[in-house]
Design a protein around this ligand. Structure first.
Ligand code: NAX
Length: 324
């Protein structure tokens, strides 16, 4: 059995994610799971309602549910930690205040993971700003190897793949090597130069003008477009991307593909600052280790955009330096 910690259990992503984990969409239909769900006290009763529904589904793989408000209790022995819970930005709130407020959450959760999680725990941060939250969490968990911490850009990759497939009128499975570089924010860099559609470079299949001037913005602004249409931010697609992220972490990546993942930059092959959580194209090897794809040639366009995304992450780190 695998123990999966999920935070923000009463939130909208989890109203989808928890049910999919329990039904076997995270680790497969043959792996029993225990859910360890964390919430803050004002929402624990809402979470109890979600737990009632989880029980009412009679999921055969769901063997145990632990809920609570103290991460030191909830994270006991967990093998995976999906850190989704974070405060949303309220009206008039500065980005800096959000980063500082959410940063504190990840100090405590990092310490709790360090003290209580299973040694093999893999931590995936979804709650925003996910790269910087992940950096804080990792630094506060010094006994867990830094290569066990990740933040999510898979939703951006999936959105990009879907746009390319729609434009080229092919299936999403025909689109490969769709890398996202940098921060999970509007400065993210969807790399259409190296994406492939049915084995050909995307720039040979679609117009460079569309790719540069329409596609990139569509990917960067998709979150906002969903809020505008739905009145709420992406939830089911975010949950799906979190499942995809974990799937890619635990299964060997096909030779002809990559997956996008934010991970620790120490000794990265692209000369990105050594103490960030940064999105790269990655491959999971047969031995389970994660490797950044090397020698992807940056065009001047990519170089300029990736530098801007790195700059933003350096600024975020500066704001929370006291939490590291
Ligand atoms: P909701 O506001 O619906 O849910 C968040 C939940 O987290 C709430 O129930 C809240 O009580 C709980 N929470 C807050 N602080 C907590 C703490 N210290 N411990 C445990 N739980 C805590 O947000 P939702 O739409 O579910 O989104 C969750 C997070 O995902 C947000 O930060 C959001 O910005 C982020 N996203 C990240 C994405 C990514 O691609 N990396 C995409 C989707 C999403 O926007």
């Amino acid at each position: 059995m695998k123990r999966i910690a999920v935070t923000g259990g009463a939130g909208q992503i989890n109203y989808n994610l928890l049910f999919r984990i329990a039904s076997g969409d995270l680790l497969g239909k043959d792996v029993p799971v225990a859910l360890h769900i964390l919430e803050v006290p004002p929402f624990i009763d809402v979470l109890k309602g979600v737990v009632m529904e989880l029980n009412d589904c009679c999921f055969p793989l769901l063997q145990e549910i632990v809920i609570g408000t103290d991460p030191f209790e909830v994270f006991e022995d967990v093998n995976f930690a999906l850190l989704v819970g974070a405060k949303p930005r309220s009206k008039g709130m500065e980005r800096k205040d959000l980063i500082l407020d959410n940063g504190k959450i990840f100090v405590e959760q990092g310490k709790a993971l360090n003290a209580k999680a299973a040694k093999d725990v893999k931590v995936v941060v979804v709650g925003n700003p996910c790269n910087t939250n992940c950096l804080i969490c990792m630094h506060n968990a010094p006994d867990i190897s830094k290569d066990q911490f990740f933040a999510m850009t898979r939703l951006d990759e999936n959105r990009a793949k879907a746009f390319l497939a729609q434009e080229a009128k092919v299936l999403t499975t025909d689109v490969k090597k769709m890398a996202i570089w940098g921060n999970h924010s509007k400065t993210q860099v969807p790399d259409f130069f190296h994406a492939e559609i049915q084995g050909k470079k995307a720039i040979e299949v679609l117009s460079e003008d569309w790719l540069k001037n329409t596609f990139v913005e569509k990917v960067q602004n998709r979150g906002g477009a969903i809020i505008e249409a739905r009145g709420k931010s992406s939830a089911a697609s975010a949950a799906s991307a979190a499942l995809d992220t974990v799937f890619s972490l635990v299964s060997t990546t096909p030779e002809d593909d990559w997956h996008s993942l934010c991970l620790y930059t120490k000794n990265n092959p692209y000369n990105i600052d050594n103490d960030l959580i940064f999105s790269f194209p990655c491959r999971t090897l047969e031995d389970g280790s994660i490797k950044i794809i090397e020698a992807v040639e940056w065009t001047p366009y990519l170089e300029e955009k990736i530098a801007l995304s790195q700059k933003e992450l350096l600024e975020e780190r500066e704001m929370i330096a006291h939490l590291l």
